[in-house]
Design a protein around this ligand. Structure first.
Ligand code: NDP
Length: 282
């Protein structure tokens, strides 16, 4: 049986540390760090994420500005709001909840956020800094996964790491962070030939594809550490990861559950980035 990697437990510990640092920040500067979260439209999943982020901010003492616009809000107005937030000294971090409605160009929106307030680390300037290993912020999900691996004493250096999924927000930066920590990394995607052969090589296997219970036991080397990033809603309303947990858990050495694995860490890293941003801006 695998050891469960609990994002809840690690998250709680890191949030306690952040709370303490926020307290010191407030004492020193007379105000709390501030995070603005913009949501456009009424995507139900986005609404849940935004609510959770708001609550997490309040829990650690970060001021949360929730800005909600209707589905037909114009791109031009959104860009103007970002300009306004970029100039607002009370706002240290800006996050635009994705996906945006189709008439808004996501790239334009991300590019407009000041790199110093880009707490998602999606701006090209921040992505470039991560590539060269000289960064202020790390993207929240991969950074949270590294925290989990460190907390559970998973050695990355010299290990074969396989990342399945090459999105800009998870897969690609995950591959970079594991490389930075001296893992030997293979990045897989939908065109990878004979995926099971590749995933079976992994000592550390990170799966981020958005397909419920895709990764089966025959794709995993016994003793591997398995990190499941996927959040998929099943027909019965339950949440499932990208890994078929019941099959893989008996052969893995450590594994993240869904929910309660990677998810809580993503929000925790957002809080950490907001605190970092606030310090950088002073
Ligand atoms: P994207 O849809 O942006 O990317 C999916 C990636 O998976 C693509 O690179 C795609 O390949 C690859 N892929 C799809 N099907 C296969 C397949 N059959 N075999 C191999 N590769 C495949 O997804 P995200 O990275 O944004 O998200 C992935 C999952 O993680 C989702 O379930 C999402 O909800 C979840 N998520 C969870 C977070 C958390 O905090 N826990 C945070 C962010 C995301 P190609 O490039 O070739 O199309």
């Amino acid at each position: 049986m695998a050891e469960l990697i609990s994002g809840k437990i690690v998250s709680q510990k890191v949030r306690e540390e952040i709370k303490c640092e926020v307290e010191s920040f407030k004492e020193k500067y007379g105000r709390a760090p501030g995070l603005a979260v913009i949501v456009v439209g009424n995507d139900p999943a986005s609404a849940v994420y935004v609510r959770n982020k708001h609550k997490a901010c309040l829990d650690v003492g970060i001021t949360s500005y929730q800005i909600e616009y209707p589905e037909d809000f114009s791109e031009c107005e959104l860009l103007r709001k970002i300009d306004e937030l970029n100039a607002d000294p009370m706002v240290n971090g800006i996050l635009v909840q994705l996906p945006l409605p189709k008439h808004i160009d996501e790239k334009k929106v991300i590019d407009r956020i000041s790199p110093l307030k880009d707490v998602d680390a999606f701006h090209p300037a921040n992505v470039g800094k991560i590539v060269i290993g000289d960064y202020d912020f790390l993207p929240c999900t991969p950074a949270g996964i590294v925290e989990l691996l460190l907390h559970y004493n998973v050695e990355i250096s010299g290990k074969k790491c396989v990342v399945v999924g090459r999105s800009n927000i998870v897969g690609k930066p995950m591959a970079l962070l594991l490389t930075e920590r001296n893992g030997t990394v293979t990045l897989c995607h939908s065109r990878t030939v004979n995926l099971p052969e590749v995933t079976r090589e992994a000592d550390i296997l990170v799966v981020a594809i958005g397909k419920a219970e895709f990764l089966r036991a025959d794709m995993v080397k016994p003793g591997a550490v398995v990190i499941d990033v996927g959040i998929n809603r099943l027909a019965d309303g339950k949440l499932a990861g990208d890994v078929k947990f019941d099959e893989v858990e008996p052969i893995a050495s450590k594994i993240t559950p869904v929910p309660g694995g990677v998810g809580p860490m993503t929000i925790t890293m957002l809080l950490k980035n907001t605190l970092t941003a606030a310090k950088l801006q002073l």
